[in-house]
Design a protein around this ligand. Structure first.
Ligand code: 13P
Length: 338
């Protein structure tokens, strides 16, 4: 394992002002996104849309890496330049989602487990050859009266750690994503409790499986109120509880946290990230607190594009604007727009 290279890549992904664009929607997810703007999802339309994002001028000031789906890492842009090259020409590190999605966890009620470990070692080798510098694996945990269970957490944490260990073996920085869904009416305190349990289990498994903490990134949800909670916590409380929770369970040797946006409205996800970065220096948080957003960076450009080539400039501008504001929040200097 080339430890030094892993550490350098992990640090580059959370370089000052920068974070990650998650553009790794699976075929089903991108179809849902395209359905929302009445655009047919074809290999060409997916390429056209993603190429707008990747070619946006100046975007590397805010974006260090992009997570790709298997189709995209093998795809060429309209002029024949490989998409991976389009990114590396901008100084952006290409990454790859390597999990194969979720299935019901056997003998459990309403819990999922992520698949994709079979054959992973060979796939990782190929992705490294195709130019990837990092990988992502997403586990999904939902909060309800009876979930998550210890069984569900241990099955998911075990798979996350297997993925992380194999990625590092292949020279790729793993982004370990235990996503706690925002769905439900739970309180922020219940989210705190579940987040603590999840991260405790994940870091226990990462330690057992000898994952180099300095050469990985954590992609968690923020500690927030459920999406349909009567009273949703304000950004200051989100920042306080997220950092307090992480201080209990997240080792200081992990260089960075790259939050997912999780379907939160753009305004609140950006305000929450900003509050986190305003609080971090006051309480000596040891990790970079950055982003790996899908929806919160792509909602605006997707709507501006609407599947029409004449909207390319408007879509690129919308993406640039969201990335600029998100980068400001990553530095704690975000001022909400009028
Ligand atoms: P969202 O920011 O839309 O939650 O997507 C991030 C992601 O990569 C989920 O796996």
């Amino acid at each position: 394992m080339d430890k030094q290279r892993l550490v350098q890549t992990a640090q580059a992904l959370v370089a000052e002002k920068k974070g990650i664009l998650a553009a790794d929607e699976s075929s089903g997810t991108i179809k849902r996104r395209f359905d929302s703007i009445n655009v047919e999802s074809t290999e060409e339309s997916r390429r056209n849309y993603r190429e707008i994002l990747f070619r946006t001028a100046g975007i590397a000031d805010f974006v260090s890496g992009v997570i790709l789906f298997d189709e995209t890492i093998r795809q060429d842009g309209a002029d024949g330049t490989p998409m991976v090259k389009v990114l590396s020409n901008q100084g952006i590190i290409p990454g790859i989602k390597v999990d194969k999605g979720t299935v019901p966890l056997p003998s459990a009620t309403d819990e999922l487990v992520t698949e994709g470990l079979d054959g992973l070692r060979d796939r990782l080798k190929e992705y490294a050859e195709l130019g990837a510098g990092f990988t992502k694996w997403r586990a999904v945990i939902s909060i309800a009266d009876d979930t998550p269970t210890a069984y569900g957490l241990s099955a998911n944490a075990h798979a996350l750690a297997r993925f992380a260990a194999m990625s590092q073996e292949a020279g790729l920085v793993p982004i370990v994503e235990p996503e706690i869904l925002r769905d439900g009416g739970h309180s922020i305190d219940r989210c705190f409790e579940v987040t603590e349990e999840v991260l405790r289990e994940v870091f226990d498994q990462l330690a057992q499986q000898k994952v180099l903490l300095e050469g990985m990134l954590l992609k968690p949800s923020m500690v927030i109120s459920g999406g349909s909670a009567d009273q949703r916590a304000e950004p200051e409380e989100v920042a306080e509880k997220t950092i307090d929770c992480f201080k209990r369970v997240l080792p200081a040797s992990v260089p960075g946290v790259v939050f997912l946006s999780g379907g939160e409205p753009d305004g609140s996800v950006t305000a929450n990230l900003n509050a986190l970065n305003q609080r971090a220096p006051e309480v000596d948080a040891p990790w970079q607190l950055s982003f790996s957003f899908g929806r919160s960076l792509q909602g605006a450009p997707l709507a501006a594009w609407a599947g029409k080539s004449e909207n390319t400039e408007a879509a690129a501008l919308a993406f640039y604007t969201r990335a600029r504001l998100t980068s400001a929040a990553r530095q704690g200097t975000y001022v909400p727009e009028d």
